[in-house]
Design a protein around this ligand. Structure first.
Ligand code: SAM
Length: 197
């Protein structure tokens, strides 16, 4: 298990114990764009996957965290939602099938560069024509490195997501900077794009 997977597993155990479940700002921003069959890569505690299922989507959610996956499936069973979560190491994952919506909030930067880029290309490939991809990553200029395994992370360039979705309709594109511990910063790019039909 990498440092980042351990980091989130410990964080999720504490959040489950306290019942802390809320959409983060990136999840809130992309939720309105998700529809029909959704693949959530790096679902974490599944707040977005659950919200998407509540608005009528059929969701497949993947994450390395046992605690995250268990929480998603418990909530789905309790609420009778069309949502299933599976534990998976996404650093060696190939998407099987095409989806109306593929969402990945805060995952790709935790993969080595070649895997992060391959996963982004796979998302581009497996979004159905007319479907939507919603991606959030940390980008260059980020100086908070505490969550990263050395050599096992990738900060995307400022325009890399925009270039990946060239020719798609850009529905949302926003850059956000957040202060982090010890005078460091986290710089994010979030993009939602619709694939041409
Ligand atoms: C910043 S959290 C984002 C979680 C959720 N999408 C959200 O926005 O709250 C990063 C997630 O990536 C997952 N993750 C990191 N590396 C992973 C890997 N190699 N395979 C699967 N999941 C991984 C972590 O377990 C964690 O849930």
């Amino acid at each position: 298990m990498t440092r980042s997977i351990n980091f989130f597993e410990e964080q999720f155990q504490k959040q489950v114990a306290k019942g802390e479940f809320a959409l983060n700002p990136f999840e809130e921003a992309v939720l309105p764009y998700l529809s029909a069959g959704v693949l959530d890569l790096g679902c974490g505690l599944g707040n977005l996957a659950i919200a998407a299922a509540k608005q009528g989507c059929a969701v497949t959610a993947l994450d390395a965290s046992r605690t995250g996956v268990d929480r998603v499936n418990e909530a789905a069973n309790k609420l009778g939602l069309p949502l299933a979560a599976y534990q998976a190491d996404l650093s060696s994952y190939v998407i099987d099938g095409d989806y109306d919506s593929i969402v990945s909030i805060g995952l790709l930067m935790f993969l080595p560069q070649n895997k992060a880029r391959a996963m982004l290309a796979d998302i581009v490939c497996h979004t159905k024509p007319g479907g939507v991809a919603a991606i959030n990553v940390l980008i260059e200029g980020t100086t908070f490195m505490g969550m990263f395994e050395p050599g096992h992370h990738y900060l995307f360039s400022e325009h890399e997501l925009s270039e990946a979705f060239k020719g798609w309709e850009i529905l949302l594109s926003q850059h956000d900077d957040f202060p982090a511990p010890e005078n460091t910063v986290k710089k994010f790019h979030t993009i939602v794009a619709r694939k041409p039909v």
